[in-house]
Design a protein around this ligand. Structure first.
Ligand code: FBP
Length: 553
């Protein structure tokens, strides 16, 4: 192929590093079962909803034999939700483990996300196809999608597709919502005595699919390294030109893990952490004032430039806006049909204002027109506001600018303020996976196969000890129900995997909080540079700062 870059060719040849136990002959690995588990909350409701898969034990792979490993199998894999670097390596891990266990076994890829299993749209992944995607970014091998598997009709169709094609195992590579889908599908397949098992893999650049057992979701490492490279470059530019404030919104949905990790890597002047905004009950005015104070303090030192990181979910965490969004979510879910009959934006806004509570109606009216429109945009299939489409960075530039103008009039500020808005998200989702993500994902794929071959269902593949070199990693599986609780979605209580938000008493936030005042007024930028794939291990194989701090490494 002539359109291959030299790096792409080199990455094809990269051999991901596996945990020690997975390096053995696949026939010599078995699943050791731990104690029964329970969900993080709402145990009674969840037991009721998942009577067949609830409470299964945690699994660890060890030396031993599993007579089922060598069975001829047909496995189907789904890539679900937003792209995250390393997805192709999860598939490569499943593929290699499956073929090592039995070369006659077949791996199918469901095309375009969960809709592929419902519609029976799939392709066989051959050696040739697999080799063209190893260690590369993107989900283009089979495509991805955001269809939510939630109706009995969809489950039944998926079951028929698997039965018709003798598929005995399904791997769902996705985030919290997609793995919730996986758990529901596993329960359904079991209820139907189908013998078809389902396991998940923790994917999302957002880093919010983690808990005390899942140390990180794949893709977070590469995406944050990519964003940090860009932020570092912008910091260099800001410090060279000394004339712009750069407001950079970073993907991550509700959680601020990405913003926090990038702040730890680049030491910007401002980084807002949504979880802190909520905890301190800060209003939009408070957030604006906090940023303005830094601009004024720097201006007083003649530093009329800077870099501010804004997590994309911030708007939801400002308590008054959060309440507004939650009312809007319920309203738009319950009255979707009526809302769709309102043809003009003015009609929509008038009706919304009328239906909202008095406080939310006031907040809604006070927002700029563009933000109002973005808040009324379609929800994603899981009922979430699409925060990537809300231009919070521009809103903050506008509000900070107005505040500085008022201060100028009163003679309280005489510096300059010229701001540029950026949004980094899509830039990082399909980068070549870092060595960490390449290795981690390959191990996850391997583990997913081993869970299926042990006959386990309703699990998520897991690797622990990730702050150590790959040979010391500990692979296994966690029952999905263990991570679940009940939440309000589309106006109803639904079982979902609990999102991990930034913990304000966690080591990463504490490390940031201890230094941010210094970073605000000084110009202490650090320049992580581009991800390195070849070279010394301390340059190429390091996990994220968040992971290291969380593990006390
Ligand atoms: P997942 O939760 O599916 O991993 O997606 C992550 C994400 O990149 C978010 O950070 C972002 O808000 C969203 O996807 C954007 O969605 P879309 O790709 O549909 O624009």
């Amino acid at each position: 192929m002539s359109n291959l870059s030299p790096l792409q060719k080199a990455r094809y040849a990269y051999e991901p590093k596996l945990p020690e136990v997975l390096r053995d002959d696949i026939a010599n690995i078995t699943a050791a079962l731990g104690n029964p588990t329970k969900s993080v909350a709402d145990q009674i409701q969840l037991l009721d909803l998942f009577p067949l898969t609830y409470g299964a034990p945690v699994v660890r792979f060890t030396k031993g034999t599993n007579p089922e490993t060598g069975k001829t199998r047909k496995i189907g894999v789904i890539l679900s939700g937003g792209q995250a670097p390393g997805g192709h390596n999860v598939i490569a891990g499943i593929f290699d483990a499956l073929k090592k266990a039995n070369p006659k076994s077949v791996l199918y890829g469901f095309k375009g996300g969960p809709s592929g299993i419902i519609d029976g749209d799939f392709m066989e992944i051959t050696d040739e196809i697999m080799d063209a995607y190893r260690n590369t970014g993107g989900f283009d091998i089979i495509g991805s999608g955001r269809t939510k598997l939630e109706t009995e009709e969809q489950f039944e169709k998926s079951l028929q597709v698997c039965k018709k094609n003798d598929i005995d195992g399904v791997v769902v590579i996705g985030g919290d919502d997609s793995n919730t889908n996986g758990a529901v599908l596993a329960e359904w397949f079991k209820k139907k005595n189908s013998g078809i098992t389902v396991v998940g893999c923790p994917k999302t650049i957002d880093g919010d699919l983690k808990n005390e057992l899942i140390e990180t979701s794949f893709g977070f490492d590469t995406a944050t390294k990519t964003f940090s490279e860009l932020i570092g470059n912008i910091e260099k530019d800001a410090n060279s030109a000394k004339k712009y404030w750069h407001f950079i919104k970073l993907m991550g949905r509700s959680a601020s893990h990405i913003a926090l990790e990038c702040a730890l890597q680049t030491q910007p002047n401002v980084c807002i952490i949504s979880e802190e905004v909520k905890e301190k009950n800060m209003s939009l005015d408070d957030v604006v004032e906090g940023i303005t104070d830094v601009i004024v303090a720097r201006g007083a030192k003649g530093l009329n430039f800077g870099v501010a990181l804004i997590p994309e979910g911030l708007i939801e965490f400002i308590p008054e806006v959060g309440r507004l969004i939650s009312e809007l979510n319920d309203l738009l879910a319950k009255e979707a049909e009526y809302f769709s009959t309102l043809k003009t934006v003015e009609d929509q806004r008038e009706w919304i204002n009328h239906e909202l509570s008095r406080d939310s109606s006031y907040v809604f009216s006070s927002l700029p027109r563009s933000i109002k429109m973005q808040l009324l945009d379609d929800r994603d299939p899981h009922g979430n506001v699409q925060v990537s489409r809300i231009e919070t960075e521009k809103l903050l530039i506008e509000l900070v600018g107005e505040q500085l103008d008022r201060m100028k009039l009163k003679g309280e500020y005489n510096g300059k303020f010229s701001a540029l808005a950026h949004f980094f998200g899509y830039e990082g989702r399909c980068a070549f996976p870092s060595n960490f993500d390449s290795d981690y994902c390959y191990g996850l794929g391997y583990s997913a196969f081993l869970l299926l071959s042990a006959g386990l269902t309703g699990y998520i593949a897991n690797i622990a000890n990730l702050h150590k070199p790959a040979n010391q990693w500990i692979p296994g599986g966690i029952p999905l129900t263990m991570m679940m609780n009940m939440e309000q979605r589309h106006g109803e209580r639904k079982p979902v995997i609990r999102k991990a938000l930034v913990e304000l008493d966690g080591a990463p936030f504490k490390a940031f909080a201890a230094q941010r005042e210094k970073w605000a007024v000084n110009t202490d930028y650090t320049f992580p540079g581009a991800i390195q794939y070849y070279g010394p291990t301390e340059v190429c194989d390091q996990p994220s700062k968040t992971l290291k701090l969380e593990k006390g490494a």
